[in-house]
Write a protein that binds this ligand. Sequence first.
Ligand code: AMP
Length: 372
Amino acid sequence: MHVGIIGCGQLARMMALAGWDMGLRFSFLASEGESTTCVQGLGNIVLHTPGHTAEQVYQDLGQPDVVTVERERVDYALLRGLADHCAVHPNADAVEACGDRFREKQLLDSAELPSAPYAIAETAQDVRAAAQSLGLPVVVKSPTEGYDGKQQWHLLTEKQLEAFCEENPPGAWLVESRVAFEREVSMIAARSADGDVTLYPPTENRHRDGILLTSIAPAADMGPLHEKACQYISTLLEAMDYVGVLAMESFVTADALLINELAPRVHNSGHWTMHGEVSSQFENHLRAILGMSLGATQTSRCHGMINILGGYDQRGTLLSLSRDARLTDYNKSHRPLRKLAHINVCSASRENVEEQLLSLHDQLYSGSTPAV
Ligand code: AMP
């Protein structure tokens, strides 16, 4: 079987490496200017140029059996066009529904699922009015630009609100209440073509400056919110008639789970599954989109993951990893704060995983933050 992947980043790389073990072939669609080093040697790489029709893309990819996506920004018309030639999973409507923050909020509202209170603003006056009605602090986000906390402003004071309004041109902004969360948790779930759903245990994520730094799974006991998290993601999978892996990032407050973001693909917070006693998120995504039954997702051990970001001298740490640690490198050129690799650790004891993550964090990030 042949899988075409839209995008050439580390998620495409890890999916292809999992798929090679399953006897699959791959091809990759790159946008103009997109780096392809992650997928070099893993299959045919096709450059998507303006005017390239869906039929041509399908032929150039080598007539894949199924096409899937690995990155944030996707040409939805292309996805819809490709669906005339082969299977496309997840479907274009689902990818589009998760593709910008306004649509995501609409989807959550229509499914009656909770997220941070929000308003949509176009002018500085709208942003002020939204901040007034929601109450400071607020977070202003671009609907489409931005990942890893980019294009996102946390406005805590009137002064910061005014500065934002003066410095930013009118446009379209999502103004959201700033949630005083206790922790951030993501759910990763897979849904097969015949509607079977399987969920990995919730993963607890710690970010720095909006960038995911570490994950630990299973997340510490969430009480009744665990059941809610399972219900929410299952509802979304059904509502979108979704096939493949979906990630749902949420804020955990004292008494609620608020959904922050959906990713219609495999996700950084699911990288720990690569070295668990489970089928990895990459394998399960492939199994789902190829019409296969799904693999195991439950684990009796504790798993941790730490991202390796560019801009720090990390050679010493990588040369002396512990026996429990497994390194996955993405074959990317170094840039400050770019995600270059990750390390997974695993143990029967949660304390031990926490200690290992802390120690790796101190070794990897002891220098000052690099300028981006
Ligand atoms: P996002 O790009 O929406 O995933 O946001 C990146 C990170 O910014 C999140 O993981 C949170 O740590 C933080 N963040 C985003 N939105 C909010 C919010 N409404 N309240 C508090 N923190 C937020």
